[in-house]
Design a protein around this ligand. Structure first.
Ligand code: WTA
Length: 645
């Protein structure tokens, strides 16, 4: 498969970028010709950022799985679509060719239909990183069911909240998941989430770890049995097929919950055609994927990076994608390098937090690993610090692999600002230039387009986007007003990202981090309000305030200031109880790194917590706390400072 829309030179990038701004409809219509449609569109784009309303390729009919699988069968049928590396390196690798993927996805589609799943129904998927997770996602897409994948690190309570918000009637899960030395009891976590739930009709359980699980008659069924039965039904004349359901371009493809500045995660909704084109276009251009390349994205499918750049983008481009069940440091910190060596990986896409954690293990794990197959390296999820960038460049890329620093979000569906590997220039810790179709703008503190450069020639502001690109979120599930308020109301007429950024004179962007109350812990988004809510649920807690602080590996750590009803007898134990509570309510990923018991919080006379002060204290910046005279009780600041952890 060749990619006529792959940009090859800096000149061409500039031309394409200009075209995409001058005539977005013409630009994207031309790219859309490279996909398979049941019916072409009536109108390429209709939009306003007031409602907001965005419709791409309206009136077109398609199924994304025909684009990701069926259309490749003739030429790539026997080529690997997914190469699966198990958690335990001693276990057998699984190579899933495009024709095998086709068969499995058809089986899942039939299995879902057999169990009463219909187009538009929500299917919640809570699985480890096994190929069956990809089959489940694509099986949903094949029949037009809306998948909602929940990362395996979320708790029962988080699952319960998502099930309720999305009104899901179906779940696909595993008995357990292997991750490093752990066996996570997924089914049992789902069981807890289902206590009191009256909506869920079927739970399909894939056996991975074969740990004992409870199976409730009439509700819980085994994946293996159902898949066998489905295969029997769809095998005809030596062929296996399940016709894909025809979808409208704007039919929802999936919901993915993500944290914002309020306590409750929102269900970001992506639709079919625009998302497909955006993920494919950005995949092919950013990584400069060439047919036959082996590509390895280390993300989990439970996050947007896995959706867009393990499943949809690479498969629609007919790529070979490595999927890894385990973690980078198990059985030792050389695991990524073993995988690169074993499968001769050409493109590696990972997160700064993983790079930093591997850096901390020194160079020994890299010794004797052949990394010469690598051509392109990628980074995603948080700003990459210069030290990590140089380590990645020098010891992994051996100075000869361009690094793409890809800035984007769950809401953007795909990569927005990034250099294109080897085509447009890289600049350490700068995401650099916008992809064609993306029109960023920086807004200053007066709500105007920033135009005053500082002494070093940089513009600074809140990062917004002026016009829709095909992968933009369409709504937040069940609550369009929330979508409007969150993303389109701060600066009327603009999409607001929640990130701050700098722009240099060449037009390069550097993302400086979130400007709202969202933390980025190990590349995962966590809302401070969400963590506070969880801490406050602990019986002895009166109030809490959560802020981020710089963490050498995670990027940001979570610092919680907690007021207890009375001074705990055993502080350590009291902290453990709080951690356990947070684990139960959100999941282990949201556990604070530091908990400081305080007797009060710095509040204004109107009762608002001055987070700025807490943030500075957490960061260790004790001197310049700014004006504290407006505080109700200025003395509290000294107490907090003295007892800082
Ligand atoms: C941050 C992950 C700097 C940013 C794809 C954004 C980044 C949030 C980068 C989205 C990058 C992501 N440089 N910051 N290259 N990539 N971010 O929704 O703050 O999990 O708003 O999507 O991660 O996180 P999300």
């Amino acid at each position: 498969m060749q990619y006529p829309y792959q940009i090859k030179t800096l000149e061409q990038y500039k031309e394409e970028y200009q075209k995409s701004v001058d005539n977005p409809e013409g630009f994207w219509a031309e790219i859309a010709e490279n996909f398979q449609w049941r019916k072409k569109w009536d109108k390429v784009l209709e939009w306003n950022f007031i409602d907001p309303k965005v419709e791409w390729f309206k009136g077109a009919k398609l199924n994304i799985t025909e684009n990701c699988i069926d259309r490749h069968l003739e030429t790539l049928g026997e080529k690997p679509a997914i190469i699966w590396e198990p958690n335990n390196p001693e276990e057998r690798t699984r190579v899933v060719t495009y024709s095998r993927l086709h068969k499995r996805v058809c089986q899942v589609a039939q299995m879902l239909i057999n169990n009463g799943v219909k187009k538009g129904d929500r299917v919640c998927i809570y699985m480890g990183m096994v190929p069956e997770l990809a089959y489940a996602v694509l099986g949903c897409a094949r029949i037009g069911a809306i998948h909602n994948v929940i990362f395996g690190g979320f708790s029962s309570q988080s699952i319960a909240d998502r099930l309720e918000d999305s009104k899901a009637e179906f779940i696909i899960t595993c008995d357990g998941a292997f991750r490093g030395g752990k066996d996570i009891p997924l089914k049992s976590i789902v069981d807890d989430a289902l206590i009191g739930n009256k909506m869920v009709k079927k739970v399909i359980v894939y056996t991975r770890t074969r740990r004992p699980v409870s199976m409730i008659k009439g509700r819980d069924i085994w994946w293996e049995d159902e898949m066998d039965h489905a295969l029997f039904q769809i095998e005809k004349n030596n062929e296996v097929s399940f016709p894909a359901v025809e979808m409208d371009a704007e039919d929802p493809l999936f919901i993915l919950y993500t944290s914002g500045s309020t306590g409750k995660p929102k269900g970001v909704v992506h639709t079919t055609a625009g998302y497909m084109i955006w993920t494919t276009y950005t995949f092919v251009n950013t990584f400069q994927y060439q047919p036959g390349d082996v590509y390895f994205c280390t993300a989990d499918i439970g996050w947007i990076t896995g959706h867009s750049y393990i499943v949809y983008g690479p498969l629609a481009a007919g790529a070979t994608s490595v999927m890894f069940e385990g973690i980078p440091t198990w059985p030792d910190a050389g695991r990524f390098w073993d995988i690169v060596d074993k499968y001769k990986v050409n493109i590696l896409y990972t997160a700064p937090t993983a790079i930093r954690s591997l850096m901390a293990h020194g160079l020994e794990p890299l010794e004797g690993k052949d990394l010469s197959s690598l051509k392109v390296l990628g980074s995603v999820g948080e700003p990459i610090n210069e030290e990590a960038w140089h380590w990645y460049d020098e010891y992994v890329g051996k100075g000869r692999c361009p690094i793409v620093d890809t800035w984007w979000q769950t809401e953007t569906g795909g990569i927005m600002i990034s250099n294109l590997a080897g085509v447009t220039p890289a600049k350490p810790s700068w995401a650099t230039l916008p992809l064609p179709g993306v029109q960023p703008v920086l807004i200053d503190e007066h709500g105007q387009e920033a135009h005053e450069r500082d002494e070093t020639g940089l513009l600074k502001g809140n990062l917004c986007i002026k016009a829709p690109w095909p992968g933009i979120l369409r709504t937040t599930y069940g609550d369009h007003e929330r979508c409007r308020k969150n993303y389109f109301a701060t600066y009327p007429g603009l999409y607001f990202t929640g990130d701050g950024a700098l722009k240099d004179e060449e037009g390069n962007y550097r993302i400086t981090g979130r400007v709202d109350d969202v933390l980025n812990v190990s590349g995962h988004r966590i809302g401070t309000a969400e963590v506070e809510n969880a801490i406050n649920m602990h019986t002895s807690v009166v109030e809490s305030a959560v802020v981020g602080f710089p963490h050498s590996i995670k990027g940001q750590g979570i610092y919680a200031f907690v007021i207890n009803e009375k001074k705990p007898h055993d502080e350590e134990l009291a902290k453990q109880d709080i951690l356990e509570t947070v684990s139960r309510i959100i999941g282990p990923i949201a556990k604070p790194d530091k908990i400081q018991f305080v007797s009060g919080l710095p509040k204004t006379r109107s009762g608002k917590i001055m987070r700025r002060i807490l943030r500075k204290i957490a960061e260790g910046e004790m001197e310049n706390l700014g004006d504290t005279t407006t505080l109700l009780d200025p003395a509290i600041v000294n107490e907090i400072k003295e007892n800082r952890l």
